[in-house]
Design a protein. Structure first.
Length: 242
């Protein structure tokens, strides 16, 4: 077998990824989901910024490369503000879901609801009411989002504050504790939140469903909101190891 060099392997991996994600267009049709891999970031200086094309798919290796070199990935403004459900860039309409014992009951109710909405749920646990530590499960949810394996995540503990703190320690995660429809909309529109935390002992299942649906259907706000969120990423990058 002929040994392949890295330069030959990379295009093969890219083509395989594009086919798997549906990013490669059919003959005579334009591409709809540009793929950003490591090669697209090599010319960006350490600590610099890279503007992602609309609806771009960022590979896990490219995400790791950006973190290692403290490159801030800036989302380009969307051409329209019409509300559309967010779609997972790493293949699938996927959402991470977790809880602790205080949020277990609500997690179980929301899992089926999310599936009704068309989401592929990656449930990280727990799977009983036995007492557990919320940081373990909040980190599991945040890691799936940070790695690009899920587009968004939902974490539920008793009040929602602790899980929000944990998730926001993970690079690339913007977690928001929401307790009504206004905070759900604002966290997405203004802050581009990609992890939602809920207080399972503070809100009932009906309100939780309304918050989740509103949160998922609210698109990221462009222009000044995108610019300010980019600054969040720049601050985060200052504390990442080079």
């Amino acid at each position: 077998m002929t040994e392949l060099s890295e330069d030959r392997i990379r295009p093969l991996v890219r083509r395989t990824l594009e086919r798997a994600l549906g990013a490669t267009p059919a003959p005579q049709q334009p591409a709809s989901r540009p793929v950003i891999d490591v090669s697209a970031l090599t010319a960006v200086p350490a600590g610099g910024r890279f503007e992602l094309p609309p609806r771009a798919i960022v590979t896990p290796l490219a995400l790791d490369h950006a973190r290692e070199r403290r490159i801030t990935l800036v989302e380009a403004p969307q051409p329209t503000q019409t509300a559309q459900p967010v779609m997972a860039p790493m293949g699938g309409h996927s959402i991470a879901l977790g809880a602790d014992h205080g949020g277990y009951a609500l997690k179980e109710q929301l899992r089926g609801y999310l599936q009704e909405l068309g989401w592929q749920v990656q449930d990280v646990g727990p799977f009983s009411t036995e007492s557990v530590d919320y940081p373990d499960y909040a980190y599991a949810v945040a890691r799936l989002v940070s790695a690009g394996r899920c587009e968004v995540g939902i974490m539920i503990d008793g009040v929602g504050v602790g899980s929000c703190m944990v998730a926001n320690k993970v690079p690339g995660v913007r977690a928001a504790l929401c307790y009504d429809l206004s905070t759900a909309r604002n966290s997405r529109d203004h802050n581009h939140a990609n992890v939602l935390t809920l207080g399972g002992q503070l809100i009932g299942p009906l309100l939780a469903r309304q918050i989740v649906k509103t949160w998922l259907e609210t698109p990221y706000g462009p222009d000044r909101h995108a610019r300010r969120v980019a600054k969040i990423g720049e601050i985060e990058a200052r504390y990442l190891k080079p």
